[in-house]
Design a protein around this ligand. Sequence first.
Ligand SMILES: [Zn+2]
Length: 227
Amino acid sequence: MIRLELVGLDSSALCPVGSGHFLTLKTAHAFQQMAQAAQNEGIPIAIASSYRSFDRQSLIWNRKFRGEAPVFDSNSIAINNWHQLSDEARIFFILRWSALPGASRHHWGTDLDIYASSLLPPGQKLQLISSEYDEKGYFGILTQWLDEHMHEFGFFRPYATDQGGVAPEPWHISYYEEAVQFQELLTVEMLEELFIRNPVDGQNTILQLLPTIWERFIINIFGKNSL
Ligand SMILES: [Zn+2]
């Protein structure tokens, strides 16, 4: 049976946290406390992305799969022979940077992408790339603050390092206590049922590869052996 709140098809239990963002009540509370603490030290944390629905993730997925939006390799270089690639190759390239619809941690309301708007240089748009968050990047001070303090508020980075699955995402934080519960409830079988009912581009190949995708991209998060 599909649990709708695990796969981005039911957000009714989430609460608004401003600017169109939604989180679970507990995550929102923990985030607000953390943001206040950071603000007190002169680092105003802003949300770039929070809850994302299955439909929204499908739209992102399908645009990339069809070659309507750029897909990047591991060196952040846009792939230019997209239409010559097999479905399987496309799927693995997309998964480096975008989650499979139904399997995004952003479906849960426990995960968010954050930045510090006041640290962006004038005229600079947020890109969500690692160099912005490096020690020498303009969000370096935010990264350092999170390294030191986010655990006090219950947050961790599921994509802290490159484990051969999702590329490192220093901007993506997760409220451990609740996210771990969502993760435990989600199953490969649930995703299979979801795709049969809600097709996305590359459907048949996704279904064939699902056990591999599951191991490499969905449960392969930082510190999984200690979770
Ligand atoms: Zn994210």
